[in-house]
Design a protein around this ligand. Structure first.
Ligand code: ATP
Ligand code: MG
Ligand code: MG
Length: 385
């Protein structure tokens, strides 16, 4: 199993959890990022200090590895393509997939061309108030102005509530390539992780419900608290969307559930995803292990993405930095006291709203999981059984 060494572009928490999963299979990993990044802290093997956006640094990583993968899509895809052509290394997700996905506008044009429904969107021809006025006339207000690239945790998004916000929106997203989306009055946000094998087979994990706070993923309910039929539809949609991207690896598919139970794809991540952290404790195989298996070509049995038990109910809550430094650790301490809860900390220094870790609660009923969550987050009466 350890015949291939995996190089990971990016040493954040996702890289760290890939390292952890690979090490359990005795697969070596080499991490490219700044020194002492979360993944490097736990990686016993070699490191490359540098940037995942620098072609020389990527080439230095490739020299030490058989397969390269990413924990983030905001990498230099052209550099990856160059490295793939000039060096003896496989790269998953494929550089062309990363190139398509990292530009959200291209990503959505790609999905539309494959018959996958997304919110109505339009390119912003120039970053000017008159261009935004045209969009406002077309979509109405509010509409969502989005950066095509380098967007995460909502930092590339601006809600344009009325024409008075045009100037502020342009200032907030100044000098970034933009597009706009019609406002989507969704009932819930759902997500499905999908692993794609080198043979092009896709396996969908259970459909989950994601709840965002200040644009940051906050709580994930698995399975999603929606009709069975909606959950199945979401898995089918996620599989269809991922089938449009050749190559292999794990993908996160974010969706909007509309009030009439229709589904739109919001965006796709070609990597492990925050909405899939629950899989570590709730599923037969975690999203990280599934990714590792996919990129090195290990077997993927039929139930690889299933819940571990038939009545699994899981909640994942992110540990976000509190305004009072380290206050977030109080919830972690309560989680450590709570049966059926597991705590993951990423080795980052505290900063308000920074993703510092997560907590998984896995039981056999959602009501029970919610009660444990209340204790962990609010300190209500402890749960001892
Ligand atoms: P992530 O951290 O998931 O990568 P991101 O910065 O790429 O986030 P999006 O996923 O595009 O941003 O949007 C963040 C959140 O903003 C969504 O989860 C959703 O709650 C809201 N949102 C995005 N697009 C729309 C829309 N068209 N209408 C209404 N709300 C939206
Ligand atoms: Mg995103
Ligand atoms: Mg998103």
């Amino acid at each position: 199993m350890d015949s291939k060494t995996i190089g990971i572009l990016g040493g954040g928490q996702l890289g760290r959890m890939i390292v952890e999963a690979a090490s359990r299979l005795n697969i070596k990993t080499v991490v490219l990022d700044a020194p002492n990044s979360p993944a490097k802290q736990i990686n016993a093997g070699e490191h490359v200090d540098g940037s995942f956006n620098n072609v020389d640094d990527i080439a230095r990583l490739a020299k030490k590895c058989d397969v390269l993968t990413v924990e983030i899509e905001h990498v230099d895809a052209d550099a990856l393509e160059l490295v793939r052509k000039s060096m003896n290394v496989e790269i998953y997700p494929l550089p062309e997939t990363i190139k398509l996905i990292k530009d959200k506008y291209l990503q959505k044009e790609h999905l539309i061309s494959h018959g996958i429904k997304v919110a109505d969107l339009v390119a912003v021809s120039e970053n000017s108030e008159s261009a935004l006025a045209e969009i406002g006339a077309k979509f109405g207000y509010p509409f969502m102005l989005k950066s095509r690239t380098d967007a995460y945790d909502g930092r590339g998004n601006f809600v344009v509530k009325s024409p008075e916000f045009h100037a502020e929106a342009l200032e907030f997203l100044s000098n970034r390539p933009l597009y706009a989306e019609k406002w989507c009055r969704f009932a819930k946000e759902l997500a499905v992780m999908v692993v794609r094998t080198i043979d092009g087979e896709v396996h969908a994990y259970p459909t989950v419900e994601t709840v965002h706070k200040d644009n940051i993923c906050h709580v994930v309910y698995a399975p999603a608290r929606v009709l069975d039929t909606v959950r199945s539809h979401a898995q089918i949609l996620a599989n269809s969307a991922v089938k449009t991207f050749p190559g292999c690896g794990i993908f996160g598919v974010e969706m909007f559930l509309l009030p009439d139970n229709e589904l739109l794809v919001n965006e796709i991540a070609p990597r492990p995803h925050n909405s899939g952290h629950y899989t570590i404790d709730a599923c037969v195989t975690s999203q990280f292990e599934a990714h590792v298996r996919a990129v090195v070509g290990l077997p993927m049995p039929r139930n690889v993405t299933s819940f571990s038990t038939t009545n699994t109910a899981a909640i994942m809550v992110n540990v976000l930095g509190d305004d009072v430094p380290n206050k977030e650790l109080e919830a972690c301490s309560r989680a450590l006291e709570t049966p059926h809860a597991s705590v993951y900390l990423y080795g980052k220094t505290t900063r308000p709203k920074r993703k510092l870790g997560h907590i998984n609660i896995v039981t056999s009923s959602m009501a029970d999981a919610e009660e444990r969550l209340r204790y962990i987050m609010e300190g209500r009466a402890p749960i001892l059984s």
